[in-house]
Design a binder for this molecule. Structure first.
Ligand code: TYD
Length: 148
């Protein structure tokens, strides 16, 4: 959905980040949201979730070279602060279980302001690989701004 951005992820900017609606079936008995393969623009290789997060907790604080993620706030709310290494920053408040954030590669993210009981479900495009992480902000900025 972000067009060219996947072919050269180092050029991705915060403008490539999208809140995506998860189709839902509303019912007085309770709502049901469905993620099908077609709902997201990558093949899911891994699913994990954050829960029991202390409210003063700070998660993320890294970027990925290849990994794409689809973040769903299953319960409660939290903020995702994103940076693209070109000086642009954008904060997304995730607080609706049918509104997810698609994070393309090459974006720094920090997760903060977790509400009590918040649960963040992450659908991921690759298996866990520490080599895919950039955990130092200055290294990330260098990575994004190096000549291609
Ligand atoms: P990390 O991705 O840094 O967490 P967050 O971005 O939510 O703050 O991962 C925290 C730790 O968990 C780190 O030691 C790596 C490990 N980990 C796995 O072993 N497998 C996984 O799939 C994930 C996401 C993390």
């Amino acid at each position: 959905m972000t067009g060219m951005s996947h072919s050269n992820m180092t050029r991705n900017t915060v403008a490539d980040l999208r809140i995506m609606e998860v189709p839902q079936i509303k019912d007085t008995r309770g709502n049901l949201a469905v993620v099908e393969a077609e709902t997201i623009p990558f093949e899911i290789k891994r699913v994990y979730y954050l829960y029991d997060v202390p409210s003063d907790s700070f998660r993320g604080g890294h970027a990925h070279k290849k990994l794409q993620q689809f973040l769903i706030p299953l319960s409660g709310s939290f903020d995702v602060v994103t940076k693209d290494g070109f000086g642009n920053e954008k904060t997304f408040m995730l607080n609706k279980p049918n509104k997810a954030l698609l994070i393309v590669p090459g974006i720094w993210r920090e997760l903060t302001n977790f509400s009590s009981g918040a649960v963040c479900l992450v659908l991921a495009s690759t298996k866990y690989s520490e080599e895919d992480y950039i955990r130092d902000l200055n290294s990330f900025i260098d990575y994004k701004n190096k000549k291609q």
